[in-house]
Design a protein around this ligand. Structure first.
Ligand code: MG
Length: 129
């Protein structure tokens, strides 16, 4: 089981991804923008994975990742996957420079979320998980 943060300004997307992850047995927290996500992360430094939108009001997803990387605690190395309609090279280059692990294009398929989480379970918890 992983503790996962889902960040998206669309309530529908957050709900759908959260429900899927909960069905897989994971613990899920949600945030509607980067500002709220920073707050959630502050209160939950044991989060292990973040699935994050880019285009959001208040603070976009890549700025959120940037803020996390600037931190001085254990949360600064959080594993990120972006889930977005964005396709531009500039965004992808920025994500890469910030150590974002992967990219899921919207509209995503449930199987893509399932695969990435299975992959991270193996990496973070080992094959016995
Ligand atoms: Mg959005």
């Amino acid at each position: 089981m992983l503790k996962i943060l889902v960040v998206d300004d669309s309530e529908t997307v957050r709900l759908k991804i959260s429900q899927l992850l909960k069905q897989l047995g994971h613990k899920v927290l949600e945030a509607e923008n980067g500002i709220v996500a920073l707050e959630v992360l502050r209160g939950n430094p044991d989060l292990e994975l973040c699935i994050c939108d880019i285009n959001m009001p208040e603070m976009d997803g890549l700025t959120f990742v940037e803020e996390v990387r600037k931190k001085n605690d254990e949360t600064k190395d959080l594993t990120f996957f972006m889930c977005t309609t964005e396709t531009s090279k500039a965004h992808r280059d920025k994500a890469k420079s910030l150590g974002v692990r992967g990219w899921i294009h919207k509209p995503y398929k449930d199987s893509q979320i399932i695969h990435l989480v299975e992959f991270m379970v193996k990496e973070l918890l080992g094959d016995t998980a």
